[in-house]
Design a protein around this ligand. Structure first.
Ligand code: GDG
Length: 491
């Protein structure tokens, strides 16, 4: 029987009462429709010896997880993954720490994960690896004789080839990508950038079939935009009225919800809001920017810098424009319970999402999914978020252009109901159509097809994989009243 084996850096705890969204929920939703298990790090980094995997089954879901050693955490996770690959793929070469020599540990942790995973793999399994922490995983599994279809999905954007070529180990990274059968990316622009990189780094050749030849392997690269489960943000009978009764405020809220990351364009957002208050004083006291920015990766220097910058900006804008009874920016550096997100989005007149570069940005989709169809708010979205490729009916802004954001804030606040509704109608259709479920189904189907090619480059499905595709096609869509579990914030 074909099982789906998910592999990601971080595995969510199915038992945890309060977990968050993003990658974890999307993976969980997909895994729900398949037998199989989820393999990866359990979030602990206190091991001194060699960590051993532990298998746990909760309510029919199996996870196989292991801890990291402190050195792994510092060099594989904070080091190579988050101080080299993360900044470079987000086109922030200025923040990349190439000299640190973390690469050896990065490969070592991938090789250890592969050694622990390989004995659990059965001949018909399909293996789906997630994100930049695990680029070498397929290569390490292949060394151990694993010939199953292996796919890779990159949740973050692919910066321009010139940025990726600056990684000292760029050829090793390109060669490792070549060990996968299918690489899934978020946008067409990411697909173009990755092909460009493979061509320049290792003379990858684009074949007439559309696949890429890297050394002696062929891989496929496709665009599979991640979605959310819109049911998580829908309102049931009675919930709407209860919320309205509690929300009697006359002040229009602009909401921002972003991990405190330098890619999210938070200083630009604060400065643009300051500019808006300066240029349109008539809106003062009638508006507030509520920015939730939960902490992540705090021990990486660039994250400490952005924290200090934001605190200073919020302080100076509040100091300059605030009144005894009005504070312009509400800046909250904490994680909010996921159960509260939907109500906060719903009661906010504007969703302001300004990343300088982002793989997808699920907050944009969550904001749309939470709106009241009769009186929806307006999403202002950076044109450099992956979601902008799909959500073209939002107000798209250039996050580097503070004037553009300030003008859009005015436009959004003045937007007539009819226009808000017609934009919302177009956007919610896209959010619903391209939900987490559709993402998982389409990627899995493409990976199974890639598996056919691996098995003798046959155009006929292998019997067991053919059945897996049929089961997937016939499987009922998720129960619409059911909510997904919550995964931890951050990747
Ligand atoms: C990567 C890519 C891509 C945020 N603050 C709180 C909280 N969140 C939740 C949001 C949302 C998730 O975290 C963030 O999702 P994003 O998509 O914005 O970003 P990343 O975590 O950076 O994820 C990204 C994504 O992968 C999926 O492929 O879209 O581009 O970078 O669900 O709601 N949740 C709670 N409290 C918070 O304070 N509970």
């Amino acid at each position: 029987m074909t099982r789906l084996v998910m592999v990601s850096n971080r595995v969510i705890d199915f038992n945890a009462a309060q977990q968050a969204g993003g990658v974890g929920v999307a993976i969980y939703n997909t895994l729900e429709r398949h037998s199989g298990f989820w393999f990866g790090w359990d979030g602990r980094s206190d091991e001194t010896g060699s960590p051993e995997p532990k298998s746990v089954t909760v309510g029919g879901h199996t996870t196989v997880t292991e801890a990291l050693t402190e050195a792994d955490y510092n060099e594989y996770y904070l080091g190579y993954s988050n101080s080299v690959l993360w900044p470079v793929f987000h086109n922030r070469l200025d923040l990349a720490q190439f000299e640190a020599g973390y690469y050896a540990r990065y490969v070592e942790v991938n090789a250890r994960f592969a050694r622990h995973l390989a004995p659990l793999i059965q001949p018909d399994d399909v293996i789906w690896v997630h994100d930049y922490h695990l680029v070498p995983m397929a290569m390490e599994l292949r060394k151990l004789g694993i010939d199953n279809p292996i796919g890779f999905f990159l949740h973050i954007p692919v910066g321009p080839a010139q940025a990726l070529l600056a990684i000292p180990e760029n050829q090793q990274i390109a060669r490792a990508l070549g060990a996968y059968d299918l690489i899934g990316l978020q946008t067409q622009s990411d697909v173009r950038n990755l092909i460009d990189f493979l061509q320049q780094s290792v003379y990858g050749r684009l074949l007439p079939s559309g696949r890429i030849r890297v050394f002696d392997s062929e891989l496929e690269i496709g665009c599979f935009p991640v979605g959310i489960d819109p049911n998580d943000f829908a309102f049931g009978p009675g919930e709407e009225e209860a919320l309205a009764a509690n929300d009697q405020s006359e002040i229009n809220r602009i909401i921002g919800i972003d991990r405190l990351d330098y890619t999210k364009g938070l200083p630009q957002k604060f400065k643009a809001y300051g500019k808006f208050l300066e240029e349109f004083p008539e809106y003062r006291r009638r508006i507030v920017l509520s920015q939730f920015a939960p902490p992540t990766r705090e021990s990486v220097e660039a994250y400490a810098d952005i924290k200090a910058e934001l605190e200073s900006l919020a302080g100076s804008i509040n100091g300059r424009y605030g009144e005894l009874d009005w504070v312009p920016i509400n800046y909250i550096h904490r994680t909010i319970p996921r159960g509260e997100l939907r109500d906060i989005y719903r009661t906010s007149r504007i969703g302001l999402v300004t990343p300088l570069l982002d793989g997808m940005n699920l907050v944009a989709k969550e904001y749309i999914a939470s709106q009241d169809p009769k009186d929806p708010g307006v999403l202002i979205l950076s044109k450099f978020a992956g979601s902008a490729e799909q959500l073209s009916d939002t107000l798209l802004v250039n996050p580097y252009d503070l004037n553009d954001i300030a003008q859009c804030l005015k436009l959004a606040l003045d937007m007539p109901l009819s226009e808000r509704r017609s934009r919302y109608d177009a956007l919610i259709k896209i959010v619903r159509k391209h939900d987490a479920d559709a993402w998982g189904r389409s990627y899995f189907a493409a990976l199974v097809k890639a598996g056919h090619r691996r098995a003798g480059r046959s155009s006929k499905p292998l019997p067991e994989m053919g059945r897996a595709l049929e089961r997937l096609r016939d499987a009922p869509k998720k129960n619409t009243t059911e909510r997904s579990p919550r995964a931890n914030v951050g990747t």
